[in-house]
Design a protein around this ligand. Structure first.
Ligand code: ADP
Ligand code: MG
Length: 163
């Protein structure tokens, strides 16, 4: 049975979206993907199984990417070129040391002409650009097994008119 939450609050640069199904999270992420701009960096923070990859799949659909997206298990980053902008999907869960990020040339991605989405970005916090948009996903089992709280924190556009 479908349950939908219309609760969506906004205060300053913080948006909270509550979802009750995978599809609802996907749809919300898709809208963000549709609005994404060249050079955007999004962090995805939350426990295993919370929905970071689901969010990435919806976001990619919003960029017009048709390819199936899964968690890159053996590579830190996976590139998808088929959409409106290139998508650089990182999963740094298994990273041993941040020198591995330097080895793959992360700066070319983060400061490049595509959009970066970084699962487990909290593990490489020191490398995340200051104007990144943070996406925190949380469960609340008291509400529902499929409930997710998606918190979008953005410092972007505060002092800037061009990004
Ligand atoms: N509201 C929801 N939003 C996103 N995923 C949900 C939701 N409810 C249940 N799920 C399930 O949670 C799991 C999320 O998996 P995944 O995206 O791979 O997590 P992560 O990448 O954070 O480890 C999927 O099995 C998905 O079906
Ligand atoms: Mg994942």
């Amino acid at each position: 049975m479908d349950k939908y939450s219309e609760v969506e609050s906004e205060s300053g640069n913080r948006i909270i979206k509550e979802t009750f199904s995978e599809d609802e999270s996907r749809e919300f992420a898709k809208k963000m993907g549709e609005k994404a701009l060249e050079g955007d960096v999004y962090t995805l923070i939350g426990d295993l199984g919370v929905g970071k990859t689901v969010f990435t799949q919806g976001f990619a659909a919003g960029l017009g990417i048709k390819e199936y997206i899964n968690s890159p298990t053996f590579t830190i980053v996976q590139e998808y070129q088929g959409g409106r902008l290139p998508l650089y999907h990182f999963d740094v869960y298994r990273i041993g040391d941040i020198s591995e990020m330097e080895e793959i040339g992360y700066e070319d991605y983060f400061y490049g002409d595509g959009v970066s989405l970084i699962e487990w970005a909290d593990l490489i916090e020191e490398l995340i650009p200051k104007d990144a948009v943070n996406i925190i996903i949380e469960k609340d089992l008291e509400k529902d097994f499929n409930y997710r709280r998606i918190i979008i924190e953005s410092r972007k556009r505060e002092n800037s008119s061009f990004n």
